[in-house]
Design a protein around this ligand. Structure first.
Ligand SMILES: C[S@@+](CC[C@H](N)C(=O)[O-])C[C@H]1O[C@@H](n2cnc3c(N)ncnc32)[C@H](O)[C@@H]1O
Length: 377
């Protein structure tokens, strides 16, 4: 796996976060290279203020920080950590790093975007740009050519302005746009809906997992969350919109909930949903974090987890594995981990390896999903 990005006689050493000794996934893609080479062809004067949206692991931040003032906005805590780590490793000048709860600066000369996976997130970002950019500020976005549909370009035209695309290079294309649409449409990218058969109403900020409708696995999991008078501490690991936390909190009025996700918008959605669906005065904490980094050992009775199966664009089970290892460390003796997964993912094998064969059992299953329980001894 390559860790050195060399272009125009400059080399950056780049790693994903968290850095793993057996990493197989590269920390940049051809889209980053396409943006860098295209911007080089523009011969920008030095010290331009470049706004970068959704830099994956810091390739763009590191590259452009060398000769420009850089502001990066990303909804991903993992991306923030990777950007900081790679800036430091490459002795880059400092940049301004913001999350999606912040506002955009008003003096931007150029915007570079790694197009996000989720269209509601894209529309939210384009709307923000339309409101804060001057109409002569170029916006250049990149994505895999197969992910740039006519509908993607329509979103750029509708919510930002004049839009055209480049030819494909290494299976990627650039999108060139300006914030000059005649009618900047006021749009709400936050969704709000009720969960069928449960007294739960959810608000979902634009980049939340399954923000349009309930995840099917979560729907099944809701019916098997425990109600237990002796349960005082619980963690929802990878909380998304917080639907599992809300249900667990409703079933266990005495429990103190901690909800963790790597998406700033997910954590904010969970906070809103706990406030709106639980009785006033309930104790809970919502945190952006990488799994359970920094959590005390042996400190929690229950962890519930519907693990992710991708990091940025790559499908991977290493985050699920990290979540299970962290859960084992953070659980009390006799503490319980409840996990839901697609049957074919084989989480039972992982959990048995970690907790011991006799400590893992199936709580429920249907044609698609299985709910597993692992007890720490
Ligand atoms: C399959 S979703 C589950 C969301 C929600 N619990 C549900 O059941 O609908 C997995 C969640 O894990 C979060 N996630 C991904 N990587 C993470 C990490 N390293 N640390 C914490 N959360 C992470 C994702 O942002 C996503 O919200």
């Amino acid at each position: 796996m390559k860790t050195e990005l060399t272009l125009y006689d400059q080399t950056l050493t780049l790693h994903r976060f968290p850095q793993r000794s057996n990493e197989t996934l590269q920390a940049w893609d051809a889209g980053d290279e396409y943006l860098i080479t295209h911007v080089a062809s523009l011969s920008l004067p030095p010290n331009q203020h470049i706004l970068i949206l959704n830099d994956h692991f810091g390739a763009l931040s590191c590259w452009f920080s060398k000769s420009h003032t850089v502001t990066v906005m990303s909804d991903s805590f993992i991306a923030h950590q990777a950007i900081k780590q790679n800036l430091m490793a490459n002795q880059c000048p400092s940049i301004t790093l913001t999350n999606t709860m912040g506002s955009l600066p008003s003096d931007i000369d150029l915007v570079l975007i790694q197009v996000p996976r989720n269209n509601r997130h894209l529309v939210w970002q384009l709307t923000q740009l339309r409101q804060s950019l001057s109409s002569d500020c170029p916006v250049i976005a990149v994505n895999k050519a197969k992910e740039i549909h006519t509908s993607t370009l329509q979103l750029f035209s509708q919510y930002l302005g004049q839009t055209k695309t480049s030819l494909a290079w290494k299976k990627h294309r650039l999108i060139f746009s300006y914030a000059n649409s005649k009618h900047a449409l006021p749009t709400s990218t936050t969704t709000c809906w009720k969960v069928e058969n449960h007294p739960i109403e959810l608000t979902n900020l634009p980049n939340v997992y399954s923000g349009e409708k309930l995840d099917q696995g979560a729907r099944f999991f809701l019916n098997y969350l425990p109600s237990d008078d002796t349960l005082l501490t619980a963690i929802d690991l990878g909380c998304g919109n917080g639907v599992l936390s809300v249900k667990l909190g409703q079933l266990n009025p005495q429990v103190q909930l901690t909800c963790v996700d790597e998406s700033f918008m997910a954590v904010e959605s969970t906070r809103l949903n706990l406030l709106n669906n639980l009785a006033p005065g309930r104790q809970f904490e919502c945190l952006v974090n990488n799994c359970l980094d920094g959590f005390a050992d042996n400190s929690t009775q229950l962890i519930i987890c519907n693990p992710p199966f991708h990091q940025q664009q790559a499908i991977t089970d290493h985050i699920a594995w990290q979540m299970f290892c962290d859960a084992k460390r953070v659980l009390n003796q006799e503490g319980k981990l409840l996990v839901i997964g697609n049957r074919h993912l084989g989480y039972d094998i992982k959990l048995k390896r970690l907790f011991g064969k006799s400590q893992v059992k199936t709580v429920a299953s249907n044609a698609k999903f299985v709910i597993l329980q692992a007890i720490k001894q």
